[in-house]
Write a new protein. Structure first.
Length: 96
């Protein structure tokens, strides 16, 4: 899912281009497209993927564009909503 046009919540400057994908069975990858043409890839668990996307204000955009099957969308959407409710310093500890 390309999220290149997305901006973090709060009107911050645009972030690096972002491409994210959830793997069948859970987890996923977030690839950041740097201005100089390099890519930085990070692998994550489902909760880690949700945390990364939420931190950039992209959780809802990912769910809208991901084309996940109904079950995966429900599970991942629930993970995003839980992560959204956690205080920022607690997100990694409570949603590894």
């Amino acid at each position: 899912v390309q999220l290149r046009e997305a901006r973090p919540e709060g009107g911050d400057p645009p972030i690096d281009g972002v491409v994210a994908a959830r793997f069948r069975g859970g987890g996923g990858v977030v690839s950041y497209c740097k201005p100089d043409g390099r890519f930085v890839h990070t692998l994550a668990t489902d909760s880690g993927l949700a945390r990364k996307l939420e931190a950039m204000g992209l959780g809802d955009a990912f769910l809208a564009r991901a084309g996940l099957c109904a079950r995966a969308a429900a599970v991942f959407g629930s993970t995003v909503r839980v992560v959204r409710c956690l205080e920022d310093p607690e997100r990694t500890r409570l949603a590894p």
